[in-house]
Design a protein around this ligand. Structure first.
Ligand SMILES: [Zn+2]
Length: 127
């Protein structure tokens, strides 16, 4: 681990020694035989409209399932290391898990669509 990237110990919230430095929310799943810890980083929220036009606070954060050895290999390989978690809290909550490459591709697609939408807004008039 690169100690240069860690904040001073006094600035970090007390955490179990097994937590990655970015973890602020641990969940322990001790159900045998699949013991696992879910480490989650701080969430950034983005308000979005759901299909009923209600604002929902979508959250984006880093997450990582620290699994017991017998459970490793049960998910796609790129989700068995830290990944990006997107949670949309609608009536039927949606949770997405993206590898860093998938998250970057999604962000790039959003930027392209936003740019196209901005251009369309200046050239399209309502009927
Ligand atoms: Zn943790």
């Amino acid at each position: 681990m690169d100690k240069l990237t860690l904040p001073p110990a006094a600035a970090r919230a007390p955490h179990p020694a097994h937590c990655p430095p970015w973890c602020v929310d641990c969940r322990h799943y001790d159900t045998e035989p699949h013991r696992a810890l879910l480490h989650r980083g701080p969430a950034e929220t983005v308000p979005m409209y759901d299909e009923g036009c209600a604002l929902v606070e979508t959250s984006v954060r880093t997450a990582f399932w620290d699994k017991a050895p017998g459970w490793i290999g049960t998910d796609p390989a790129d989700l068995e290391r830290p990944y990006v978690e997107v949670t949309v809290p609608t009536d039927f909550p949606l949770q997405l898990s993206l590898s860093p490459d998938q998250a970057r591709a999604f962000a790039a697609a959003l930027l392209r669509a936003a740019d196209t939408t901005d251009r369309a807004s200046t050239t399209t008039t309502p009927h």
